[in-house]
Design a protein around this ligand. Structure first.
Ligand code: HEM
Length: 392
């Protein structure tokens, strides 16, 4: 197998990973990625097929699971109960409980509230040049997911801090200090949610935490650890990727002068093109559970594979001129939300926030423009901006 020599923290790669992906894809589907010590798939067909292939999954094979080092126990006390790290039957049970609360009707009913929140945030924009990420892109998704779960909105800055510390565990720049702060954040987050769930048990409200507590009380469908892990996952997954997509989307619209593409009859396709062109999550991995041949390579139980969503979305075998941002192109499903069993639970909510968030922003600020060249943050496999300085 060909090798892919590429540091995921190389500044040029962080700013623009797509040329390296394209060069690898031209040489073949699978390459051994030194930095992760596993084969990586770069084309859409392979990435999509492995995501849907039940011979592969996210949960560590039983015989390879190791006890975490002492300093990471609080982190894995949560992560081990997260549906994102599990396979059936536990995954099925946890996902079903969450899906019950995330019905299409319930999500669609949030539209007026999301729009009102966008207007409030825009009313608060300062004069002159300012960073749109903290002023808008972060606030919108974190407040929406906090409200859905029933966590006080005033907690938003604390939720952001805990979440940033925890997701650093999945980033290439992870080191001992990042691990310690992830473990501390996980412990504090779990304590907060345990107290909050108790309060909801005493006085239920119409929010997701109350529904999960009721499911827990109704039998052994959900343990307290699972309840906490589910809330942490929803709060973290519920904003990290949406923040980056809003930022990447504003950048793409401004750099391509594509404001017209946010008209009501076009915004849906434009959001899909943003998710295809510059997705916020570039890589997920899978374990092989049995022997399988993928793109000519034989995998045995316990082998791993990296699936490059960011590369799959630029595959010329699926999209004409994939390097071009073209909001008018016909929509074909892309890999940004994954596929198969772990397909993003929050996709309908994320799409709604992106459509309303982008359309409202540009309707209210038609002269919005970049005040400095945007730069991506060193967070691989996350792909989002460090700062987005604009003027209205
Ligand atoms: C643009 C925004 C978003 C993107 C690009 C995104 C992307 C993804 C991807 C790629 C996965 C699958 C990972 C894998 O297969 O290994 C995933 C899973 C998940 N996402 Fe999202 N996500 C977004 C927003 C959200 C939101 C708003 C929520 C919650 C409200 C959410 C909740 C989840 C959950 C709970 C899972 C785990 C599903 C499972 O394991 O069955 N995501 N997301």
């Amino acid at each position: 197998m060909d090798r892919f020599h590429q540091s995921p923290t190389d500044p040029a790669f962080v700013q623009d990973p797509y040329p390296a992906y394209a060069a690898a894809r031209r040489r073949g589907s699978l390459h051994w990625w030194d930095a992760y010590a596993m084969p990586a798939a770069f084309d859409f067909a392979t990435v999509d097929a492995v995501l849907r292939d039940r011979r592969f999954g996210r949960e560590t094979p039983r015989e390879l699971a190791e006890a975490p080092p002492a300093h990471l126990v609080p982190f894995y006390a949560i992560d081990d109960h997260s549906m994102l790290e599990l396979e059936p039957p536990r995954h099925t049970r946890l996902r079903k409980l969450v899906l019950r609360a995330f019905t299409t009707r319930r999500i669609a009913a949030l539209a007026p509230e999301i729009e009102a929140l966008c207007h409030d945030l825009i009313d608060g924009f300062p004069e002159g040049a300012f960073d749109l990420l903290p002023a808008y892109c972060e606030r919108l998704p974190v407040i929406v997911i906090a409200r859905l779960l029933g966590v006080p909105e005033a907690m938003a800055p604390q939720l952001l801090a805990w979440s940033h510390a925890m997701v650093a565990m999945y980033q290439a720049r992870r080191d001992r200090a990042a691990e310690e702060s992830a473990a501390q954040a996980a412990g504090e987050f779990a304590d907060f949610l345990r107290r909050h769930a108790e309060a909801r048990r005493a006085r239920p409200a119409d929010d997701l935490i109350s529904h999960l507590v009721a499911a827990e009380d109704a039998g052994d469908t959900l343990s307290t650890e699972e309840l906490i892990a589910t809330c942490v996952l929803l709060l973290n997954a519920g904003h990290e990727a949406t923040v980056h997509t809003l930022g990447n989307g504003v950048k793409a619209i401004l750099e391509h002068a594509a404001q017209d593409a946010l008209a009501p009859d076009r915004v849906e396709g434009t959001v899909e093109e943003i998710l295809r062109f510059d997705p916020p999550l570039h890589m997920f991995t899978r374990w092989a559970y049995e022997d399988a041949e993928i793109a000519g390579h034989r995998f045995a139980r316990g082998d791993r594979i990296a699936l490059l969503l960011g590369a799959a979305n630029r595959d010329p075998a699926r999209w004409h001129a994939p390097e071009r941002f073209d909001p008018a192109r016909p929509v074909r499903p892309n890999a940004a939300f994954g596929a198969g069993l772990h397909f993003c639970v929050g996709a309908p909510l994320a799409r709604l926030e992106l459509r309303i968030g982008l359309a409202t922003l540009f309707a209210r600020c038609p002269k919005l423009r970049l005040a400095a060249p945007p730069r991506y943050a060193d967070l691989y496999h996350f792909h989002g901006l460090e700062r987005l300085t604009v003027r209205r």
